[in-house]
Design a protein around this ligand. Structure first.
Ligand SMILES: [Zn+2]
Length: 144
């Protein structure tokens, strides 16, 4: 019996170190994943990110309305206001940051034969900080 314990002791110590290392790594990993989740949530809840998401959604629906207009009329409208109210409510022609409706999206009227990928609508009002260049949200002409 005595001999068995002496022999078993060194064999037990090696797995114990492994277990401490494993638990330590797990705690660190869980901590880092938690930090990442908090950081991700903070970004998703920020007014900047939400305005970008809302603007992107709005510019997509305005672009889709332009495409419907072009299919029906064989030309794009002279101005964005030509879409309202038949193709889109007038409110949808403005970036969510332009609450006073002073300026609609920048509109680059394409010809029907303008190649795909040309910029049709653009918004450059979204900046994370005042000293950082704004991100530009665009709607590109696509195949009908
Ligand atoms: Zn915008």
């Amino acid at each position: 019996m005595q001999g068995d314990q002496d022999v078993a002791k060194p064999e037990r110590q090696t797995p114990r170190y492994w277990r401490i290392g494993f638990v330590g790594c797990s705690v660190i990993i869980v901590f880092l994943v938690g930090l990442l989740a908090i950081a991700t949530l903070a970004v998703y809840r920020s007014p900047y990110y939400r305005s970008v998401i809302n603007c992107n959604r709005r510019i997509e629906s305005a672009g889709a309305a332009l495409d419907r207009y072009a299919i029906k009329n064989d030309a794009y409208p002279e101005s964005l206001m030509g879409l309202a109210p038949d193709y889109l409510p007038a409110d949808e022609l403005y970036c969510p940051l332009v609450t006073d409706h002073s300026a609609a999206y920048s509109y680059f009227r394409p010809a029907v034969d303008t190649p795909d990928g040309a910029v049709v609508l653009e918004c450059n009002r979204h900046r994370m900080k005042s000293n950082v260049p704004p991100i530009i949200i665009r709607y590109l002409k696509r195949r009908e």
